[in-house]
Ligand binder design. Structure first.
Ligand code: DQA
Length: 139
């Protein structure tokens, strides 16, 4: 199967930004290892700090592949446009957050995206992406 991980704003700084919250591993190291351990899966990766670019990517892949793993960063809590993009496509989307957003500020407790997603995984660090992958491979 074909699955993409889409990371939103500031997630290019994983391993550098707020290490106490997001850990010290950079995403490409993690992604390379994940791809190796799921050699049968065509796993790709896209990151953007721009809302429209994330929407364009969801449109581009959202009728063609088997799953989208989406960490939209702070857009999770603000973006009706990304919520609408998820609703518009046919590929299932799993929402992921590295941190436990419910243990943080109240403005991180609401997601505009969650109702249009297959499910939400948060609080398990980078392992959340693997858990999301497992959920998309289990039909
Ligand atoms: C995040 C949680 C968001 O609230 C935050 O804005 C992020 C990262 C997470 O992965 O824990 O940028 O999505």
């Amino acid at each position: 199967s074909k699955i993409i991980i889409i990371n939103g704003p500031n997630l290019n700084l994983l391993g550098v930004r707020e290490k106490g919250i997001y850990g010290d591993q950079d995403f490409m190291t993690f992604f390379t290892a994940l791809r190796e351990s799921y050699a049968g899966v065509e796993l790709s990766y896209f990151q953007s700090n721009h809302e429209g670019a994330i929407i364009d990517k969801i449109h581009e892949v959202g009728f063609a592949i088997d799953g989208i793993i989406l960490n939209a960063g702070a857009y999770t809590h603000t973006s009706l446009a990304i919520a609408d993009a998820i609703a518009a496509v046919t590929t299932p989307v799993v929402e992921v957050h590295i941190s436990n957003v419910y243990a943080r500020e109240s403005y991180r407790h609401h997601s505009y995206l969650a109702k249009n997603c297959k499910g939400v995984i948060c609080g398990f660090g980078l392992d959340g992406y693997r858990l999301a992958l497992e959920s998309l491979l289990t039909k």
